[in-house]
Ligand binder design. Structure first.
Ligand code: MN
Length: 135
């Protein structure tokens, strides 16, 4: 057993290659093999979002605070709120982030595959894509 205190948590800014706007990523747990689960808490400022990406083994998002958006490629973005849980299936192209006037905090839970890959990054989400009408 290991207790990871809140004070000892690693916090890093989401790199510009993968994020638009400011997002802070806090490590909740990176389990040691043979476990593969990884959990991070991500804070997005208003309009901040990930780039388009996929997860080889899928991902669960759970909204803790604020108002967010999530979009699956080819469909309109949808609003997500505290208590909402989103399951992203393996290989689905998507992005997630905060709403225009609101911050958003979510937990992201996913597993790394045999090569240690948990995410495959694609293009940034343009303002045109971000500002498109919600579904
Ligand atoms: Mn994702």
């Amino acid at each position: 057993m290991k207790i990871l205190s809140n004070e000892s948590r690693n916090s890093r800014k989401g790199p510009e290659e993968w994020f638009t706007g400011a997002a802070w990523i806090e490590e909740i747990v990176t389990a040691e093999a043979p476990a593969r689960v990884r959990v991070v808490r991500v804070w997005f400022e208003p309009r901040a979002r990930t780039a388009w990406h996929t997860h080889p083994l899928g991902q669960t998002l759970h909204v803790l605070a604020g108002v967010g958006r999530v979009q699956l490629k080819g469909r309109p973005a949808q609003e997500i709120r505290p208590g909402d849980t989103v399951w992203i299936a393996p290989g689905e192209v998507h992005w997630h982030g905060a709403a225009p006037g609101q911050t958003m905090v979510h937990l992201a839970i996913h597993e790394a595959n045999d090569r240690g890959v948990q995410v495959e990054w694609l293009d940034h989400v343009t303002d045109q894509e971000y500002d498109a009408p919600l579904g």
